[in-house]
Design a protein around this ligand. Structure first.
Ligand code: HEM
Length: 137
């Protein structure tokens, strides 16, 4: 009896911790997102195909806005305070290929940091609809 009770408690606490494992937590919370976005910006800046877009950009601001945005999209305790995707990308002339290149860098850094597949897919699914606001018409 005691043993089965103990087993039940163990199982239930296991479920509770799984349920509490939000995508935000699976990314390592705020700190995890900060290093991830840094990795992303390094890769993007080094990419000869799209690095030029970021030459005159305030990278500290971009880093902060991306962390905020990803955190909010992943259900974390953040509010995105940047401009809309349409506003911030309107004059840049970003192509589908540019967009795909950035997403590939994002996938690569998430994999390299060991973000679980479900959490990776969650972020990609949240960002996908932004394509139409970012890619030039
Ligand atoms: C899902 C894809 C993307 C997301 C979620 C995203 C998100 C953001 C965010 C949050 C900002 C900051 C806005 C602000 O400062 O208020 C920003 C700015 C910027 N993004 Fe993106 N972006 C995406 C795709 C791209 C792509 C594909 C490029 C170019 C290849 C790009 C180039 C830029 C540049 C150059 C800025 C700075 C604009 C400025 O400061 O005037 N973005 N983006």
């Amino acid at each position: 009896m005691i043993r089965s009770l103990l087993l039940m408690v163990l199982l239930l606490s296991g479920c509770a911790s799984l349920a509490g494992d939000t995508p935000y937590r699976q990314f390592g919370g705020r700190q995890g997102l900060e290093v991830l976005v840094e990795d992303l910006l390094v890769r993007v800046l080094e990419d000869p195909g799209i690095g030029h877009y970021f030459l005159d950009v305030d990278l500290d601001n971009l880093h902060a806005r991306l962390v905020e945005q990803f955190c909010a999209e992943l259900g974390g305790p953040c509010v995105y305070r940047g401009r809309t995707m349409r506003e911030s990308h309107a004059t840049l002339g970003i192509s589908e290929a540019d967009f795909n290149a950035l997403v590939e860098h994002l996938v690569a850094v998430m994999e390299a940091r060991g973000v679980p597949r479900t959490a990776r897919n969650r972020l990609l699914a949240r960002l996908a609809p932004m394509r139409r606001e970012i890619v030039r018409p």
